[in-house]
Design a protein around this ligand. Structure first.
Ligand code: AMP
Length: 281
């Protein structure tokens, strides 16, 4: 695996390559979810570029940025064993050199709801860094995880706004055996909290299973209560259209996504499941 820390050295190397470039952006603290993105990106003999950059612009809470886990040595080890071709490991100056023009993106409704509502400025920061990384790497395909469902919708919109030729490929959420969605933040859970956290996925599946029998508003109430029993404070639990993320008050015959965000101790966790509309009678 080649490691590049500067834009120039990475671009010089990529200029000599003819393969399809598949790009996996991350903020490090890598786990099996990230490695699944790498292995999917490796298909068809593509050249895989993974980036690790903790993007200060997407943290609305400076405390959250400070607490974000940094495990660069073990990340390099994991990528090496996964046979990733290239790691781009820039510092902040490389990504945001002084004088860099920073655009503002019109994300419409996506900026106002769910994560947009509770993490003001977050998606602008995500768009700024992804657009910068895409302009440096110029990949054919961009691999993102379904775990950050709204982020995928935002980046889809960014690609449209910027007339990009890059194709977005979304990889299903990888979970621990007990159902907890893998996340870099899980390492911050205490042992007790770690045992409570699987309740999130369990209760999402309960809503899915009862959707023909009980109203959505009642199911949401019961969800919030069940999580409270496990010390998990729900920030939102919402049903939305799977394509445009418009919020829904009821299940219907279109594909939906059920999205959750909340706090367990001091750790903010998110999760979602896709609910196939065709299963509704
Ligand atoms: P992050 O390092 O948290 O910014 O995540 C980098 C990429 O990995 C994003 O596209 C995430 O959606 C994806 N990702 C994070 N956790 C998972 C997971 N459990 N399963 C699949 N993809 C994930």
């Amino acid at each position: 695996m080649k490691i590049f820390k500067t834009v120039k050295s990475l671009q010089n190397y990529l200029a000599s390559k003819k393969e399809i470039i598949n790009f996996v952006p991350t903020m490090g603290a890598l786990h099996a979810g990230h490695i699944k993105l790498i292995s999917e990106a490796q298909k068809n003999n593509a050249l895989v570029v993974c980036s690790i950059f903790i993007n200060p612009k997407q943290f609305n809470d400076p405390g959250d940025l400070k607490k974000y886990p940094v495990t660069t040595e073990s990340d390099i080890d994991k990528l090496y064993h996964a046979e990733c071709d290239i790691l781009f490991l820039p510092d902040t100056q490389e990504i945001y050199p002084s004088g860099l023009e920073i655009a503002k993106y019109d994300l419409g409704n996506l900026n106002e709801i769910l994560e947009g509502k509770f993490r003001s400025g977050h998606f602008q920061g995500v768009c700024i860094v992804v657009n910068r990384l895409l302009s440096i790497i110029k990949p054919n395909n961009l691999f993102l995880g379904q775990k950050d469902y709204q982020q995928c919708a935002v980046i889809n919109k960014l690609l449209q706004i910027t007339n990009s030729n890059c194709k977005l490929i979304i990889i299903p959420t990888q979970r621990e055996k007990d159902g907890l969605a893998m996340s870099s933040r899980n390492v911050r859970l205490t042992e007790i909290e770690r045992n409570e956290a699987p309740e999130i996925y369990k209760q999402l599946k309960i809503i899915e299973n009862l959707r023909n029998k009980v109203s959505l508003s009642k199911l949401k109430e019961e969800f919030i209560e069940a999580l409270q029993q496990k010390n998990i404070q729900t920030e939102y639990i919402e049903l939305a259209d799977a394509d445009d993320l418009h919020l829904k008050n009821n299940f219907d015959d279109k594909d939906s996504v059920l999205l959750f965000a909340g706090y367990l101790g001091g750790v903010r966790l998110i999760d979602n499941i896709i609910i196939n509309g065709h299963h509704v009678n």
